[in-house]
Design a protein around this ligand. Structure first.
Ligand SMILES: NC(=O)c1ccc[n+]([C@@H]2O[C@H](COP(=O)([O-])OP(=O)(O)OC[C@H]3O[C@@H](n4cnc5c(N)ncnc54)[C@H](OP(=O)(O)O)[C@@H]3O)[C@@H](O)[C@H]2O)c1
Length: 328
């Protein structure tokens, strides 16, 4: 197989395309001929040496999501026989043209989606749906705030909240991304060059604040988010691009009876990965097939240009997902 390997921790230049032996699927696993893989911030962290792969996945091949075709079946596999087009999340190894996954983590890709669109779905949409609805207990009619609304997860979160009939506010440091988010259902966009937004959120919600926050930014956004929260709001912290620690105004937390919930997909045990796969298959795939939500692809790089793709993601200019094409 061809795989992008992290030669040693460092900058994008440490990513190297290598020929490696094809992996054989163990019991309960299938091998997937990867068509495209998504690029995620976690891959950039892993490459730099800050986010090691969990046990059981390749330590030096990044990649958390894919679309592809099953090309080999391990012993004991009952759900697939080979040739099916599938998509899903894995804990690593997707920057390659061959990938192993447990058959129950693998989901049939909707026929209505092109390969490019399918590859843009799993990590962004599952993260957003899980954070908003499972962790954040979002219900129709609530007010939602999505930070970094133009990101891969953010563009998914805006659409999911809108599909549930919520009033959706979003932040970004880039005005143009908020304009594009309006086409996805964003009601109110707030440009946040200095990370200040609470007064605007309160003004645009008639003083009430927001019920659920999809926080993809963390750091200094957290106290502002708490100021922007309605009573009994749920703040789901998913990403830490602005920093891994924050000042917490605990008095406000108590007075408003807020919940701050942290979440991560990658390190979950297999049982929870299977639950996530069910969410993808039973909720998101039908929504995508019916056009209730749609993937947002910014740019596709050949697998051989993974380093360039990492530089591009780090530049913060992308809107939606950046992908790697393992067929080219
Ligand atoms: N917990 C999980 O399981 C999980 C799963 C997936 C993703 N994540 C995390 O969720 C976040 C979003 O992921 P993604 O793949 O959707 O990201 P992405 O598409 O690469 O977009 C991230 C955006 O965040 C904004 N940003 C970057 N640095 C910032 C800063 N210092 N302050 C404020 N905004 C900043 C930028 O947009 P603007 O500057 O234009 O606003 C950037 O385009 C990342 O932190 C990622 O690691 C977590």
């Amino acid at each position: 197989m061809r795989a992008v390997v992290i030669r040693s921790p460092g900058g994008p230049e440490v990513l190297e395309l290598r020929d490696l032996p094809d992996p054989e699927p163990p019991h309960g696993h299938v091998r997937i001929r990867v068509h495209l893989a998504g690029v995620n911030r976690a891959d950039l962290l892993q490459r730099a040496g800050f986010y090691p792969a969990p046990p059981g996945v390749p330590a030096d091949i990044p990649g958390l999501e894919y679309v592809g075709t099953i090309d080999a079946i391990g012993p004991g596999v009952t759900r697939y026989s080979g040739g099916e087009r599938v998509y899903g999340i894995v804990a690593g190894g997707a920057y390659a043209d061959r990938l192993l996954a447990h058959e129950r983590e693998v989901v049939p890709a909707p026929a209505a989606l092109s390969d490019e669109d399918a590859a843009a779905v799993p990590e962004a949409f599952l993260t957003a749906l899980d954070a908003l609805v499972v962790r954040g207990r979002l219900v129709p009619g609530e007010r939602v705030l999505v930070h970094a609304a133009g990101s891969g997860v953010g563009t998914a979160g805006v659409q999911i909240a809108r599909a549930l009939g919520c009033f959706v506010l979003g932040t970004s440091r880039t005005a143009d991304k908020l304009d594009r988010c309006r086409e996805l259902g964003l009601d109110e966009g707030i440009v946040t060059p200095g990370g200040v937004f609470a007064a605007e959120v309160l003004a645009r919600t008639g003083g009430a604040g927001v019920d659920v926050v999809l926080d993809l930014v963390g750091g200094a956004y957290v106290p502002e988010t708490i100021a922007a929260a309605a009573k009994k709001a749920r703040i789901v912290v998913v990403g830490l691009t602005a920093g891994a620690s924050a000042q917490l105004p605990l008095g406000v937390l108590l007075q408003k009876r807020l919940e701050i919930i942290g979440t991560v997909l990658r390190s979950r045990p297999i049982e929870e990965k299977i639950e996530a796969a069910k969410l993808l298959e039973r909720t998101l795939s039908p929504w995508l097939s019916r056009g209730i939500v749609r993937p947002v692809v910014d740019r596709v790089f050949p697998l051989s240009e993974a380093a360039e793709a990492h530089r591009y993601v780090a530049s913060n200019v992308s809107f939606g997902k950046v992908l790697l094409d393992a067929r080219s």
